[in-house]
Ligand binder design. Structure first.
Ligand code: HEC
Ligand code: HEC
Length: 379
């Protein structure tokens, strides 16, 4: 239990623990749609749930991401899991300790913060399993850095929201052209922990305003993730269940991902915008934060050319809020519109990268592409 997650995740993959490292997507909002009918609750699907009851399976996996990220752990630091998934249900000393910590955190929030989730695992742990009790002079006197991904953005009073969007549209090739790109079919490669970091072929089907289907072709199976404009599913081998339906902020996040492919609609998709500035890799970026009623915000970051370089969004879980970051780069011309050919998704349990080689614009895509997928099956 003494390794950081960076070490253990790659190590774990090395020894073949390609387990369910949590969720790919976290997201924009929280009070978002109530669990759809048929969404399974954690205690009905898993075997040994004593505390984290009454939450959908996708949110449960995000709670696992919260633990891993906060403590700098990987799944196997708490779980007796190897390649055998059923062993996740085995109670280890670390799991007993973690259950106690969940109760402690709930008590603190109830007693001192009016039930608001002000204290989470991260408040104390800050990416270590052994929180420090003694203040750090090193940290106190170190140069201050602002986290560009913070949910509270540094307001920029000199720039307006419209200015940033106008510059974005111009950089893309103009609002008219952007609006005329209404679908595309892309091919490329995908790499993630479930491929052991290796590249496998991926296909992405996207249709305006907000439909998206992604199929990564692993040697032994096709892994599918779909957002049909309302509902989102994953039929992927590393997930806890063969067909996982997304809920809450994860679902809102899939909508944002789908919308980013057709940016002309982004501004109208949020009811409120705030503009700020931040530094990413020492370079100034403009931040637009979009909010929808009752949901967590989504941050969009634009570089000095005006193009979108990052998106950060959050998903609330019963043990705190987890972030997801997507970086966009390698913009290339597709039907006169700039499209990012590289995407890097970073979340509490790992990174997934997409590298496109071909994007065919305005292709007719049959509706069945975006239909609920069949449960995952190995070939
Ligand atoms: C800090 C310790 C900790 C870490 C790290 C952790 N978990 Fe857990 N996990 C728990 C606890 C505690 C429970 C039991 C929750 C309860 O009783 O409500 C649990 C339960 C589970 C279960 C349910 C098993 C069953 O059938 O009952 C699964 C699956 C699971 N975790 C997967 C993961 C994955 C995947 C990761 C890595 C992303 C992970 N966990 C990381 C503490 C942890
Ligand atoms: C109020 C501060 C605080 C919060 C909040 C907190 N912890 Fe802890 N946690 C500690 C301290 C202190 C230790 C003991 C570290 C040591 O042994 O020196 C600890 C230890 C642990 C350990 C044992 C680590 C090991 O392997 O030795 C686990 C597991 C753990 N915490 C999980 C969690 C989880 C999960 C959460 C969120 C639900 C959480 N903690 C929230 C303070 C906190």
């Amino acid at each position: 239990m003494k390794f950081g997650w960076r070490h253990t995740i790659s190590g774990a993959i090395g020894v073949g623990i390609v387990c369910w490292l949590g969720l790919v997507v976290s997201a924009a909002g929280q009070t978002a749609p109530a669990p759809a009918e048929g969404v399974q609750m954690s205690e009905n699907f898993f075997k040994n749930i004593q505390v984290l009851k009454g939450i959908p399976v996708d949110e449960f996996m995000d709670a696992m991401g919260m633990f891993s990220s906060s403590l700098g752990y990987d799944c196997a630091s708490c779980h007796a899991s190897g390649t055998d998934r059923s062993r996740f249900a085995v109670t280890t000393p670390a799991i007993t300790r973690a259950r106690g910590m969940i109760a402690m955190v709930n008590n603190i929030n109830r007693m001192y913060f009016g039930g608001q989730p002000r204290v989470t695992c991260f408040t104390c742990h800050r990416t270590t399993y052994k929180p420090d009790a003694i203040p750090s002079l090193e940290a106190q006197y170190a140069a201050l850095t602002d986290d560009p991904n913070a949910m509270t953005i540094l307001a920029d009073k000199r720039t307006t929201v419209d200015q940033v969007f106008d510059k974005y549209m111009t950089a893309l090739g103009g609002a008219d052209r952007a609006a005329r790109l209404t679908s595309y079919v892309a091919k490329g490669t995908y790499a993630g922990f479930n491929t052991g970091g290796g590249e496998v072929p991926v296909e992405i089907y996207a249709k305006a305003p907000d439909q998206r289907a992604q199929i990564s072709r692993l040697p032994d199976s096709d892994n599918v993730k779909i957002f049909d404009g309302r509902s989102g599913w994953a039929a992927e081998g590393w997930r806890p269940m063969p067909l996982l339906e997304f809920t809450g902020g994860n679902l809102s996040g899939m909508k944002v991902d789908a919308m980013v492919a057709f940016p002309a609609g982004i501004q109208k998709a949020f009811s409120q915008w705030q503009v700020g500035s931040a530094l990413i890799d020492d370079k100034g970026v403009q931040v637009l934060q979009g909010t929808r009623p009752g949901e967590l915000p989504v941050n969009f970051y634009f570089d000095d050319t005006g193009l979108l370089v990052r998106q950060v969004r959050w998903n609330k879980t019963s043990v705190g809020t987890v972030p997801t970051q997507i970086d966009y780069s390698d913009y290339r011309d597709v039907a006169g519109v700039k499209v990012p050919f590289k995407l890097l998704m970073t979340w509490t349990d790992g990174q997934n990268s997409f590298s496109l080689t071909e994007v065919r614009p305005n292709v007719a895509i049959e509706a069945s592409r975006f239909a609920k997928p069949a449960p995952f099956q190995r070939k």
